[in-house]
Design a protein around this ligand. Structure first.
Ligand code: AMP
Length: 145
């Protein structure tokens, strides 16, 4: 998938937004959904997406929607940090297949980091157990401002 072309409403995040497949939700409001990555690169890896924007990548989103999304990324990172006490965190965002993107609904990764734990590779991490993800989502949600 290149940087251009039409938004595919059958992408997996669109299906999550429509409730067609489950997710371990951390928080949501009328604009935003934050949920656990099922192939976490570290414990507590959260994805943050806009609910109404159909931007596939950073180039396509409106400034208004991007402002909502980045504020949501910050809110999520604060909660992840408060809940899990990482030593740091990484915000990742990939654009186009050549840029490492695999799901073509714009999203930001919030990935907690610890100096003694190796980061699992993007697209190479094992699938996490659903109950483990739900428990982490609950801990992070409980730490939201
Ligand atoms: P990217 O490669 O930046 O497009 O990121 C897509 C992310 O979505 C990857 O980190 C995947 O592990 C994650 N992912 C794929 N399917 C699901 C799903 N059903 N629920 C949650 N995360 C998913």
């Amino acid at each position: 998938m290149s940087l251009t072309g039409a938004y595919d409403p059958a992408n997996i995040f669109a299906k999550i937004l429509r409730g067609e497949i489950p997710s371990a939700k951390v928080w949501e409001d009328e604009n935003i959904l934050a949920f656990m990555d099922v192939f976490p690169q570290s414990e507590g890896h959260v994805l943050v997406i806009h609910k109404t924007s159909t931007a596939q990548n950073l180039l396509e989103i409106s400034p208004e929607h991007l402002a909502q999304l980045t504020a949501a990324v910050q809110r999520t990172a604060r909660a992840v940090t408060a809940a899990l006490s990482p030593e740091g965190f990484s915000i990742m965002q990939f654009n186009g297949e050549a840029g490492g993107q695999t799901v073509f609904h714009l999203h930001f990764h919030v990935i907690p980091r610890w100096s003694d734990r190796a980061l699992k590779g993007h697209g190479h991490a094992p699938m996490a157990d659903t109950e483990t993800l739900k428990a982490l989502a609950g801990r992070i949600a409980a730490a939201l401002d």
